[in-house]
Unconditional design. Structure first.
Length: 382
């Protein structure tokens, strides 16, 4: 079998660029050139069938947003770098579900309805700390019992006006589990008027980014728990401490988004984050199709995902070297061979997709259903 290892690719590149010695092109530089093409240029210029795979992750109870995590054990670890694009169909708990990349469409179907209500207390000009329970259902909660209201995380705000008629606003930042990095049912309340989502800068942004707190379970009794500024997303219990006292007689309002957790039926992908609706009441499996980033070639014995790619990788690596050397005469002489390799690599994908019918509204309706082939038996979003 023909050699398609990284060592063979390096040898081919050195022949093409006439750089046979380490003095002309070091092995470290050559490996960098090769992996720059493999990981960044290759998947963007050629969307090959073999780079498409299935990606799976699991929802968490009462959590609606999922983003790249730093936990290597999570399927979402380094997601934005490992996977290039996401695509439908999307299956949630094995049901074909709505997939959207438009916030307008998604929140048009599942609007965020903000509930603004008084916490039942007013300012007196001296008291800064207030506690209670957000009662979104406006019902009598029996003593020694907890309600289950499930507030949407990152959408809690306590507001009022201080004695100088300045605004007061305390927003929430979900407290994370220190081991998994997943959001918990508690949130840290922080001063939203002096904090933003930009990186810390001692001159332009001295207040720094939105605070993120990680604790170990049980969270409420853990060292470092913000007992003077927290919200329980499941029960509505809160303690809020404003930076200055609310004005005498002025209402203190809570702004929250109550949810009704159930089986999710739609998925939004935007800004590198997945958002599900309805908010899940338990863990559900989500499957989707993605284009994956090719793996790095680091050891001399490493081979590409498909052995046939090795010559294309070598030619394109040489192309990068010629570009950096401003050697366009050699580059133009090599381009016919490079394009030939592109056609050969694309051939497998073209043949694979040639017999696939373009999907239409009629192709789904004529699919085989529970009662045999015919109209109205096709699948679809539920």
């Amino acid at each position: 079998m023909a050699d398609s290892t990284l060592l063979a690719i390096k040898h081919k590149v050195r022949l093409l660029t006439r750089s046979l010695s380490e003095a002309q092109l070091s092995d470290i530089q050559l490996t960098q050139y090769i992996n720059t093409y493999v990981q960044y240029d290759f998947p963007e210029t050629l969307r090959l069938f073999n780079l498409k795979t299935t990606f799976t992750f699991y929802t968490l109870p009462f959590i609606d947003t999922y983003s790249t995590t730093t936990n290597p054990a999570s399927p979402l670890y380094n997601f934005t770098n490992k996977y290039i694009t996401t695509d439908s169909p999307i299956y949630i708990a094995c049901y074909n579900s709505l997939f959207s990349q438009s916030r307008e469409q998604f929140y048009g179907i599942y609007p965020i309805v903000n509930s603004i209500a008084s916490i039942g207390l007013t300012g007196n000009g001296t008291t800064q700390q207030f506690s209670g329970v957000i009662n979104s259902q406006q019902a009598q909660v029996p003593p020694n019992s907890n309600q289950l209201i499930t507030l949407l995380q990152n959408n809690v705000l306590f507001s009022s006006i201080d004695i100088n008629n300045n605004g007061l606003a305390m927003a929430d930042s979900p407290i994370l589990d220190i081991i998994t990095g997943n959001p918990t049912n508690f949130g840290l309340l922080y001063n939203a008027l002096t904090t933003n989502d930009q990186p810390f800068n001692p001159i332009t942004n001295p207040n720094g980014p939105i605070p993120v707190l990680s604790l170990s379970a049980p969270y409420k009794s853990a060292v470092g728990f913000p007992s003077t500024n927290y919200i329980n997303y499941l029960t509505g219990e809160f303690v809020v401490t404003f930076p200055t006292a609310p004005q005498n007689g002025v209402l203190i309002d809570s702004q929250t988004v109550p949810t009704n957790p159930s089986l999710p039926q739609a998925l939004l992908f935007f800004d590198g984050e997945f958002v599900v609706r309805p908010v899940p009441d338990q863990s559900y499996r989500i499957d989707m199709e993605v284009f994956v980033q090719p793996a790095e070639l680091l050891q001399n014995g490493d081979v590409p995902e498909l052995n046939e790619w090795w010559q294309l990788i070598a030619f394109n690596t040489a192309k990068k070297i010629f570009e950096d050397r401003m050697d366009y005469e050699s580059l133009n002489m090599m381009m016919p061979s490079l394009k030939e390799q592109e056609r050969l690599v694309l051939r497998r994908t073209i043949v694979q997709q040639t017999r696939e019918r373009t999907a239409t509204i009629y192709s789904e309706q004529s699919a085989t259903g529970a009662y045999g082939p015919g109209w109205y038996q096709g699948g679809g979003q539920f």
